[in-house]
Structure formats: structure tokens, C-alpha cells
Design a protein around this ligand. Structure first.
Ligand code: GTP
Ligand code: MG
Length: 442
């Protein structure tokens, strides 16, 4: 696609000076990673220690001169900011620094736009970008023009009497936003139909959620023998993918979802909420964590994921923690400078202390996957309803359906039919009620 190609050639020539503020040490490594994923080179960095960003120009006045000089020295042609800027901050920064300024949200939106593949994903990203731009009225012109909305000046009916260009732009943007919302509602309805079918099948569903790059897609592939795209870059997966797998003869569905990140733009959470709700409307959420990063960072990532899960209403769904990439916990481990690095096993033992209910896995090597399956099964079995059924021989279909749902069955052939003891998912139990011998045994 032209737009994408143009985008990456344009970005290839971009060299960004990264800036950030924070009360303590400010670590810009994630911003660098985001820029790398977006194809922007990093020319240098500058951080300022302060409680909160300056409301008018993000950095303090004195620091601005320093940034200007640093950008010049590093030959940077772009400033990348580690927070979402207020429109006012962004305008002032650009004015005073004399080069374009891009904030964390715009970078993330840009990556999402680049990685969106499905029609729905593209609609969701476009909606998020438009809402971001509407607050700023920047780049909107090109945005709409690229979409073939046509020139906005002078066309009949495009401008009401006395309306300024900005107002026209705003109106066009709002119209486009309503149209996108409408189309997203339609796709949501289609997905609801598909979900009802899946629910009728009664298969328990497990969703993989977690920070971007935690290894969700890798786990999905190893667990289900699939070939979903995996890359060492952020936000590789945008569309949920569902595959089936088996534990003790019982079929489960496993869904991969979009990765989360700290300061995830709220426009994206909103735009993707339909997809996420769908993916996370699961019986169990496996929260996949990259356990190979320093512990403090790991906690921050986990908190960011918990926040988003709460925000999209998945806070109550049963959760299982999977500490992934344990194959990387080897001798040359991180930990604080100066202290001797704990060996891989020590670190794993530490983690099992701290996260007693978690399973340690490696999607890459397959280590710990049996434990993960066992843990998933245990959570699931706890929700099953035991049933004693008498299924007439002519209802062979019911038996095979039961088999899919309940895995191993205890069965006995009698003159009246097959007597079965099975543990059935609560959601599917009503369908077998008519064969029940004992009402519903609880
Ligand atoms: N060493 C090691 N690397 C892993 C493991 N799991 C994933 N990786 C690597 O981590 C990177 C990210 O993996 P993905 O599976 O794409 O991660 P994801 O969570 O799906 O990422 P997004 O789709 O971007 O949210 C890839 O380079 C993987 O090869 C693991 O258990 N061990
Ligand atoms: Mg992925």
C-alpha cells in the first residue's frame, strides 16, 4: 500500500531526540523501543527531573534551550516525548524548538496504523487517530484527503456561511467519526453472532492478555500448534486470533489479543474495546508476563495490564498468571548492579515465592506448558457441574457432544440407553437437563 510505503520512507529519514520528565529516574528505553518499531532512529535523549510536566511547555523554560542545543548537536529533526502532550504543550514546544514534536500517543497510534491488517482493526485505528487529531486539528486535512474525502475548500455545501476552515474540518471529522462508530457497531453485531455459535458449542475459552512483547502469540502457537505472527517488535498482534487445543481430551479455545502498554492511549482502549471485550469475555484470562525483565519493570507492566483489564470490564474474570520467558533466566541475569546476579534457578525460586499461584513457562522452549495446561484445567474443572444422564441409543449425537465438552466420560451401557456420569460446563448444562436422572445434581 502506498500510504504505508510513503510512511516508512518518510520515517526512515527521521532522527528523534527523546525527552521525558519524571519525579525520579526517567527510563526512556520503552520510548526508544516504540520509535524503533515505528522506524524512527534515535539521536539522543534528555530527561528532566520534576514532579509533573510543565502545563504549558512540558519542560521547564531553562531546559528548553538545552533541548534545542542537544537536538542541533545530535542532528535530530524530530522531538519525541514520552507522555501524551496537551495540544497547547505541543504547539508551544514546536514553536520554541523549531522542529516537529511527536508525543507517545501519536507514536503508538502510528504503529497501530502500520500494523492493522483486518478491516475492523483498520477502522478501530482510524477512529482512534481521528479522535486524537480532532483535539489538535493537525494532520486532519491530509488524513481526510488520503481517505478520498476530497478537497474541503470551495466544494458546494462543504462550507456553511461564516464557518471557518477549522469548523469545516471539525465537522467533517465528526461525520467521519460517526460513520466509523456505526461501521464498528455493525462488525460487533456480526461477532456477537459468531460468539453465540461458539457458546452453543460450549467450549471453554481462555484468553491470553498481557503487555506487548510478553510472548502471547508465541504461547498460542506452542499451545495450539499454530503459526500466528511473532515478532520482536511492539504491538505485532492487533486482531484477536482464536485456536483450539486439548487438555485431557477436552477441547478448549485459546484467544490471542492485542498487547497493552503503560500510558496506553485512551482513544485506543475505547476504539478496541469491542474487540477486547469479545476476546476477554473468556472463562479464564491467562495474564502473560515477560519474567525476563527486571522485577520492578515487571511489576509496572503487570499493573498496566491490570488497569486496562479493569477499564474494559474484565476485572472480574478469573485470572491465571503465566510468567513467561523463563528460559532467559540464566546466569548472566540482570538484578541490581553490584549485587551478584542470581542464577536462573535462584531467580525462578524467588519468583515462585513471590507469585505462588503463577506458572512459569517458556513459549519458546515449551518448558512449563504441562503445568500451564494443568492449571488451566484445574480452574476450569472447579466450575463444572456434575451430571448423571441416561442417553437413549438413538441420541448418539448427544453422546459425542458430551464427549467434546466433558472429555473423559464414565459410561455404562444399559437396556434403556447409555448411563453417563460427566462434568459439564455450567453454561452447557441446561442442554442436557432432559436426560438427567437426578434432576440437576449440584
Ligand atoms: N527467549 C524467549 N523469547 C520469547 C518467549 N516467548 C516469546 N519470545 C520472544 O518475544 C518476542 C515477542 O513475542 P510475541 O509472541 O510476538 O509477543 P506478543 O505478546 O504476542 O506481542 P504483541 O503481539 O506485540 O503484543 C518474540 O521475539 C518472541 O520470539 C520465550 O518464552 N522465551
Ligand atoms: Mg502477539
Amino acid at each position: 500500500m502506498d500510504a504505508v510505503q510513503n510512511g516508512s520512507t518518510r520515517r526512515a529519514a527521521q532522527r528523534a531526540l527523546t525527552i521525558g520528565v519524571g519525579p525520579g529516574e526517567t527510563d526512556l528505553s520503552e520510548l526508544r523501543e516504540l520509535l524503533r518499531t515505528a522506524g524512527v532512529a534515535v539521536a539522543g535523549e534528555l530527561v528532566q527531573r520534576r514532579d509533573r510536566p510543565d502545563p504549558d511547555r512540558y519542560l521547564g523554560r531553562g531546559k528548553l534551550a538545552e533541548v534545542k542545543q542537544a537536538a542541533k548537536d545530535a542532528d535530530a529533526n524530530l522531538i519525541a516525548v514520552d507522555d501524551e502532550l496537551l495540544p497547547r504543550q505541543e504547539r508551544n514546544l514546536e514553536e520554541e524548538l523549531g522542529i516537529p514534536v511527536i508525543d507517545r500517543t501519536a507514536i503508538i497510534l502510528d504503529i497501530f496504523a502500520d500494523h492493522a491488517r483486518s478491516a475492523e482493526g483498520k477502522l478501530q485505528v482510524e477512529l482512534a487517530q481521528l479522535e486524537y487529531n480532532l483535539a489538535r486539528m493537525r494532520g486532519l486535512w491530509t488524513h481526510l484527503e488520503r481517505l478520498g474525502a476530497g478537497r474541503m475548500d470551495g466544494g458546494i455545501g462543504t462550507r456553511g456561511p461564516g464557518e471557518s476552515q477549522i469548523e469545516t474540518d471539525r465537522r467533517l471529522a465528526r461525520n467521519r467519526i460517526s460513520a466509523l462508530r456505526r461501521r464498528l457497531r455493525e462488525t460487533k453485531a456480526t461477532r456477537a453472532t459468531m460468539r453465540r455459535e461458539r457458546e452453543r458449542a460450549g467450549l471453554p475459552t481462555v484468553a491470553l492478555a498481557g503487555y506487548t512483547n510478553a510472548g502471547k502469540s508465541t504461547l498460542l502457537n506452542t499451545m495450539t500448534g499454530s503459526d500466528v505472527g511473532v515478532r520482536e517488535r511492539l504491538f505485532h498482534t492487533l486482531d484477536p486470533t482464536t485456536r483450539s487445543f486439548e487438555i485431557s481430551g477436552r477441547q478448549y479455545l485459546l484467544t490471542d489479543t492485542v498487547g497493552f502498554i503503560r500510558k496506553l492511549p485512551h482513544q485506543l482502549v475505547e476504539a478496541f474495546s469491542a474487540t477486547l471485550e469479545e476476546a476477554l469475555g473468556a472463562d479464564l484470562i491467562v495474564h502473560v508476563v515477560d519474567a525476563s525483565v527486571p522485577e520492578e519493570e515487571m511489576h509496572e507492566m503487570m499493573a498496566a495490564v491490570d488497569d486496562v483489564l479493569d477499564e474494559i470490564g474484565a476485572g472480574e474474570t478469573p485470572r491465571l498468571l503465566a510468567l513467561n520467558k523463563v528460559d532467559l533466566l540464566t546466569e548472566q541475569d540482570r538484578s541490581g548492579a553490584g549485587t551478584p546476579a542470581p542464577s536462573g534457578t535462584t531467580r525462578r525460586r524467588e519468583l515462585s515465592f513471590r507469585f505462588a499461584d503463577a506458572v512459569q513457562v517458556s513459549g519458546e522452549t515449551g518448558a512449563g506448558l504441562d503445568d500451564l495446561r494443568e492449571a488451566i484445567e484445574a480452574r476450569f474443572l472447579a466450575t463444572l457441574q456434575p451430571m448423571e444422564l441416561l442417553v437413549p441409543y438413538r441420541d448418539g449425537g448427544t453422546l459425542s457432544e458430551l464427549h467434546d465438552l466433558a472429555g473423559e466420560l464414565e459410561r455404562e451401557d444399559t437396556p434403556e440407553g447409555v448411563r453417563v456420569r460427566a462434568r459439564v460446563p455450567a453454561s452447557a448444562a441446561p442442554r442436557f437437563e432432559r436426560f438427567s436422572e437426578n434432576g440437576s445434581s449440584g
